[in-house]
Design a protein around this ligand. Structure first.
Ligand SMILES: *[C@@H]1O[C@H](CO)[C@@H](O)[C@H](O)[C@H]1NC(C)=O
Ligand SMILES: *[C@@H]1O[C@H](CO)[C@@H](O)[C@H](O)[C@H]1NC(C)=O
Length: 233
C-alpha cells in the first residue's frame, strides 16, 4: 500500500512501473551511462570542450565505474584529439592513498606504471600485482584505459591517469571505482548498486514519459471494457 501511494496512487502507473522495471532487469545493465539523458551526450561533452581548448587533453569519466567483487573492470581514460602515447610514460595511481608511514622512503607507488614502452612492475602496489593491464594496441590512438582484474572492495576509490610529459594544461584525469555488494537473479549476477541505479533510471525515464503512457493505457482500458460485454455474450 505504501509503494502504491508513493507512486501517486494511480494503479496503471504502478503496473507500468513494475513491468518496466522487470523488463530492465532482463536487459543487460550496461544501459546506465547513456540512459541518464538518453543520448549519451554526457560522455561526449568533454570532447566538445577540448576542441575549443585547442590542445591534447586527458579525459577520464565523470560517471563512476560500478562493479561487484570478482568483476574485471575497465577504468576509461584517453587523450583527445587522438594522440600516440606509446613512447610516453603513463602513470595510474590512487591519489587519495596516504604513503605508508612504516615505509621510511615513503616511495610513490603505482597501480600501474608504463615507461619505455613496457610495464614497470617493481614500482607497483603489491595488491595490484598481476591484476592490471593497459590496452597496448590501442595506446597509439591515445587510449590509456586500465583494466583491473578480479576487483574487491579494497580497490574502491579514485584513480588517476597521468601523462607527466604531455605538453598540455590537462595531463591527468580521475576515474572513480565503486565496488559494492553483489546481487543475483538465478544465474545472472551483478552489482547491486548498478541494479538499483538501473531501476532508478528507468523510473525517472518512465516518469518523464508518463503522460503519454497513461494516455495509451486509458485508450487500451476503454477498448478492453468495450470488448468485454461482447465476449461474455
Ligand atoms: C579503450 O579501449 C578499451 C578496451 O578495448 C575500450 O573498452 C574503450 O572503449 C576504449 N576507449 C576509447 C576512448 O576508445
Ligand atoms: C579474486 O580475489 C579474491 C580476493 O579478493 C581471491 O580470493 C580469489 O582467489 C581471486 N580470484 C581469482 C580468479 O584470482
Amino acid at each position: 500500500m505504501s509503494v502504491y501511494s508513493s507512486l501517486g496512487g494511480d494503479s496503471s502507473s504502478l503496473w507500468t512501473f513494475i513491468l518496466f522495471s522487470a523488463l530492465l532487469v532482463w536487459t543487460p545493465v550496461q544501459v546506465i551511462p547513456t540512459s541518464r539523458d538518453g543520448t549519451g551526450s554526457l560522455s561526449r561533452s568533454p570532447e566538445v570542450f577540448i576542441s575549443q581548448l585547442g590542445e591534447v587533453v586527458v579525459i577520464g569519466s565523470n560517471l563512476p565505474i560500478i562493479a561487484a567483487p570478482g568483476d574485471d573492470v575497465i577504468l576509461p581514460c584517453h587523450l583527445a584529439p587522438m594522440f600516440d602515447v606509446q613512447g610516453l610514460t603513463v602513470e595510474w595511481s590512487k591519489p587519495d592513498l596516504k604513503p605508508d608511514p612504516s615505509d621510511r622512503l615513503s616511495r610513490v607507488e603505482y597501480v600501474h606504471l608504463y615507461r619505455d614502452r613496457k610495464e614497470v612492475p617493481d614500482m607497483k602496489m603489491a595488491s595490484y600485482f598481476r591484476r592490471t593491464e593497459l590496452f597496448m594496441d590501442d595506446m597509439k590512438h591515445g587510449n590509456i584505459s586500465l583494466k583491473i582484474l578480479n576487483v574487491s572492495e579494497e580497490d574502491n576509490g579514485r584513480y588517476r591517469c597521468f601523462i607527466p610529459k604531455l605538453q598540455s594544461r590537462v595531463k591527468a584525469a580521475v576515474v572513480e571505482l565503486v565496488v559494492g555488494e553483489k546481487i543475483c537473479f538465478g544465474d545472472v549476477c551483478g552489482s547491486k548498486l548498478k541494479f538499483l541505479l538501473t531501476i532508478y533510471d528507468s523510473y525517472v525515464f518512465f516518469v518523464s514519459f508518463r503522460p503519454k503512457l497513461r494516455e495509451n493505457l486509458i485508450d487500451r482500458d476503454t477498448t478492453a471494457s468495450q470488448k468485454r460485454p461482447n465476449s461474455r455474450s
